[in-house]
Design a protein around this ligand. Structure first.
Ligand code: NG1
Length: 390
């Protein structure tokens, strides 16, 4: 790393996440149920004495980047990896003026564009590095919200799930995240359950083409909410949570069906039904009811595929193969349009599921040799942390 150094070297680690259920509803303000992964972004950094920040990425695909710490860090060209670090630095600099910069080495064992939030992990890791380097702190819930807003710097109108779970996860647990106000409620993942993550080999670049499709979903779900609210003589700015509390779900769905375009009625149905599945899944997890959790995963996938239209034939195929191999349920996870699936099975069944995916999905696509990289067991892990100076 380059000079001028002015402090010891530190390491920060921010995990990726897998969302178990509650997909495409965080930006509607409805609760979600993710957990953090063992795989993470790590940043080794030391504070500088000036406002310069220099980033080097261990992955040679990502060129070094340098910029001055400022409330309005100019973005690199769209799609540049450093924009996630720039987003974090801008957000933190808006909160604290006169911060000094860092020299930072970024490395990650998280697959990119796989729906596992490698981008938010980088945002969180960079923000923690900046805070630590400057000896300032932000309370966890405030930091989660600050960085959820801050990540919009890259152009996605995202919800707040990723930053919240990456900062607030507890080892061994999934967490229900509620919004407005933001809260995290952990539930232990039963010891004999295993969540398997499998990549579809189709990148879902949220900094690229998937961004438009993602932002279209956020707009569609919002428009559907406003139209249904009007029909119910409710205020136009009523939240989804308040709407669902105002009338039985069946009535809301009927109303949407009768009054909205086909597309908007389907978007609405996904949001509302997915919202009901999250507390059911949380209860199934607390009760150790694997079959019930599996059914909810399946229902979520069907809804994302047919109503929200964010799946991909390769995700559908992975889900189908995982189910045939004995998973209790499976669904796409993350924003979709490619990316990964998550499948649930008992621990002893996991090797069979992985073997079936290798033989029936990865081998025909010439990717069997890399199955260890494409498929892994999700260990429910702790949230981001600054590790002791090395
Ligand atoms: P990923 O899977 O990282 O693209 C995105 C959003 C989430 C959430 C999910 C869909 C960001 C940073 N992340 O996640 O907030 O809306 O899609 O459930 O925008």
């Amino acid at each position: 790393m380059s000079s001028p150094p002015s402090g010891p070297v530190h390491v920060v680690r921010a995990p990726g996440r897998v969302n178990l259920i509650g997909e495409h509803i965080d930006y509607c303000g409805l609760s979600v149920l993710p957990m953090a992964l063992g795989r993470s972004v790590r940043i080794t950094f030391h504070p500088r004495s000036d406002r310069e920040t220099r980033l080097v990425n261990r992955d040679p695909r990502f060129a070094p980047s340098a910029f001055a710490v400022n409330e309005t860090v100019p973005p690199a060209p769209a799609g540049d990896w450093s924009n996630y670090a720039r987003a974090a630095v801008s957000a933190v600099a808006q909160r604290f003026p006169d911060l000094r910069g860092v020299d930072a080495l970024v490395e990650s064992d998280l697959p990119i564009a796989a729906g596992l939030s490698s981008s938010s992990a980088l945002v969180v890791a960079m923000a923690l590095a900046m805070l630590h380097a400057n000896g300032v702190t932000v309370a966890p819930l405030e930091l989660m919200e600050l960085l959820a807003r801050g990540e919009r710097y890259v152009g996605t109108a995202g919800g707040g799930m990723d930053q919240a779970i990456i900062l607030g996860a507890q080892a061994g647990c999934a967490s229900r995240i509620d919004f407005h106000p933001l809260r995290l409620t952990p539930t232990a993942v039963p010891a004999d359950w295993q969540f398997i993550v499998a990549w579809s080999l189709v990148p879902a670049e949220k900094s690229g083409s998937a961004r438009q499709a993602y932002n279209e979903r956020t707009r569609g779900s919002d428009e559907a909410r406003r139209l249904v609210a009007t029909r119910l003589s409710q205020p136009k700015d009523i939240t989804y949570a308040a709407l669902v509390a105002a009338a039985p779900v069946e009535d809301l769905l009927e109303l949407a069906e009768a009054n909205l375009s086909g597309v908007l009625a389907r978007r609405f149905r996904h949001v509302v039904t997915e919202g009901t599945r999250v507390p059911q899944a949380e209860a199934a997890m607390a009760a150790g009811d694997l079959a019930a959790f599996g059914r909810l995963l399946d229902a979520s996938h069907h809804s994302l595929r047919d109503d929200y239209e964010v799946s991909h034939p390769e995700l559908d195929r992975l889900v189908e193969l995982a189910r045939e191999a004995g998973a209790a349920g499976a669904r796409l996870t993350g924003a979709g349009f490619g990316g990964s699936i998550v499948a649930l099975c008992r621990v002893e069944r996991a090797p069979e599921v992985v073997a079936a995916l290798r033989e029936r999905f990865y081998a025909p696509r010439g990717a069997a040799a890399d199955v260890g990289r494409h498929v892994f067991v999700a260990e429910p892990s702790a949230g981001a942390e600054v590790l002791t100076p090395g």
